[in-house]
Design a protein around this ligand. Structure first.
Ligand code: ATP
Ligand code: DNN
Ligand code: MG
Length: 238
């Protein structure tokens, strides 16, 4: 079985890339040969030498990575992968994604895969969704969630759906606390969600400084992840 994690979010923009990059960098600093993998990047940007994948560029800047292939498809339309592929007249081949994933699994100790958007996102047409890929990879998922009001519903919905689909859930990372001005919901959400789901909280990450994926500003990403994720919990039984 491949060793690693599949990073999903309760939504797009919750911090999956930030967490994927930070976890990869932190594990590599611990001497664990971890790498990231982004099967399908939508919202890719045209650069001098072809399409740039912002998520992958961010990984490379945060973590000291070997030179390898960490992305299979890069698509310009900022949409769900299957729609972005359709508009780009690209056919997403799941076997190609599996091939790239396996080639990383044989070379490295841990592969941290980033999804796209939330859980129920179509990868190919409307029949092959993100959970289908997670099952193919047979990896436990880490859910990245917002900390504030509204996240109970989003997070518990994601947990319940993932469980009903037979996915294994490693834990939840809440991302983006305003630690200088914690709201009542930020103070109470992780505990009540753990009570409702029995899924452990792996980390509570504060808002950082100068972090922006689109402009590849990494700010204090690595420090935030290193200081706020429970790595003993993350790595036990991995
Ligand atoms: N803890 C944080 N502190 C400050 N900025 C953050 C933090 N986490 C994420 N961000 C910023 O929020 C934006 C969204 O984060 P990110 O791109 O990681 O989300 P995502 O879930 O990967 O989105 P997508 O679904 O597009 O892949 C980015 O600009 C990122 O830099
Ligand atoms: C373009 C964006 N940054 C992500 N890469 C893809 C988000 C897909 C969201 C699909 C949806 O739930 O509407
Ligand atoms: Mg991302």
């Amino acid at each position: 079985m491949a060793k690693g994690f599949f990073i999903i979010g309760t939504d797009t923009g919750v911090g999956k890339t930030f967490v994927t990059a930070g976890l990869t960098g932190a594990l590599r600093e611990r001497g664990i040969d971890a790498v990231p993998y982004k099967p399908v990047q939508s919202g890719a940007v045209a650069g001098e030498d072809g399409l740039r994948a912002p998520d992958v560029e961010f990984y490379k800047k945060v973590a000291d990575l070997p030179d390898d292939k960490f992305n299979t498809y890069s698509l310009v339309p900022p949409l769900a992968p299957s729609l972005a592929a359709e508009l780009s007249q690209v056919s997403i081949e799941i076997d190609k994604i599996k091939e790239d994933f396996v080639s990383l699994c044989v070379k490295y100790q841990i592969v941290i895969v980033e999804g796209a958007g939330g859980l129920f996102v179509p990868l190919k047409g409307t029949g092959f969704l993100l959970p289908d890929l997670i099952k193919e990879f047979n990896l436990p998922v880490i859910i990245v969630a917002r900390p504030d009001l509204g996240t109970i519903n989003h997070t518990v919905l994601t947990v319940r759906c993932a469980e009903q689909l037979g996915l294994k859930i490693k834990g939840i990372i809440y991302n983006g606390f305003d630690i200088n001005n914690l709201t009542l919901s930020e103070k109470t959400n992780p505990e009540i969600i753990e009570k409702m789901t029995n899924i452990p909280t792996l980390g509570k990450i504060p808002k950082g400084k100068d972090i922006d994926i689109d402009t590849c500003q990494i700010g204090n990403t690595l420090e935030l992840i290193k200081n706020n994720v429970d790595f003993d919990l993350l790595l036990n039984n991995t």
